[in-house]
Design a protein. Structure first.
Length: 269
């Protein structure tokens, strides 16, 4: 494994108990029967009853198990052994027939040998991947002919802005480059996660990817783009001053409709 990914795996192992106990993930609501997928994902992926679905970078699997609750034969994959252990525990407790595989994306062809009707991945996954060309190749390899690849993700443009709370609520300040950074950015130990108030002891690495890099990687892997949609809201407090609106999405207090913050993409093999 790339040593930077090994560092990230430790970081995500340490996130598991913090995230599992957080209001952000709402595990009690999930155990009571909630579906954690948002309406955009459910509508754009479409009916999954009876379909084989592969969820890449699934964390501890609540979205994966939500697809199971909607009728899919779902398999979740994550490189965090702590996350996969919790996912399996939850699946057993809730009597859901959801399978989980512990592997990073790049090594998945060595751990799994089948194809799926749907390959799904969502929400904060791409920044943890140094090589999108290989990522797209792996995703395409697991799709049946005619199968669907779906991505719901933070918009690359939104990632250029500083996200610390020292800024004024209406202030957006460019801090990061938009274009890809193959070397990655190292973040120090004892940083905060997006969920919960506890610090995470291990450092981490992240990689920025432009929209062109994302789309071209999938096209080069042989997939055919069906649509690309952009949205002026986020599924978490991504920027200073954002507030949660009645529909559940987070928006900026000013000019909230002028900056793309999420996007979705659907492609077929």
């Amino acid at each position: 494994m790339d040593p930077r990914l090994a560092v990230n795996r430790q970081n995500w192992n340490e996130r598991v108990p913090v995230h599992a106990a957080s209001d952000f993930y709402g595990m009690d609501r999930f155990k009571a029967g909630a579906i954690t997928l948002n309406d955009i994902e459910r509508e754009e992926v479409g009916p999954v009853a009876g379909k084989n679905l592969l969820h890449l970078q699934c964390h501890f699997g609540m979205d994966t198990m939500s697809w199971s609750r909607l009728g899919a034969r779902a398999t979740g994959v994550d490189f965090s052994d702590a996350a996969i252990a919790l996912a399996r525990e939850l699946s057993t407790e809730l009597e859901l027939d959801t399978r989980f595989v512990c592997s990073n994306v790049y090594d998945l062809p060595d751990a799994l040998d089948e194809q799926f009707d749907v390959v799904y991945t969502a929400s904060g996954v791409l920044v943890w991947l140094p090589d999108l060309t290989e990522w797209a190749t792996v995703a395409a390899r697991f799709l049946k002919p005619g199968g669907t690849f779906y991505l719901f993700e933070g918009h690359p443009l939104c990632h250029i802005f500083a996200d610390d709370d020292s800024l004024n609520d209406s202030e957006l300040r460019v801090r990061n480059p938009y274009f890809p950074n193959p070397a990655g950015t190292r973040y120090g130990a004892n940083g905060y996660s997006y969920a919960g108030n506890e610090t995470i002891p291990s450092p981490s690495y992240e990689w920025r990817h432009s929209m062109a890099e994302i789309v071209n990687a999938l096209l080069d892997a042989g997939l055919r783009l069906q649509f690309l949609h952009e949205f002026p809201f986020s599924n978490y407090r991504a920027l200073p001053g954002m507030t949660r609106c009645r529909d559940g999405w987070f928006r900026l207090p000013e000019h909230h409709d002028s900056i793309p913050q999420m996007f979705s993409l659907k492609a077929t093999r």
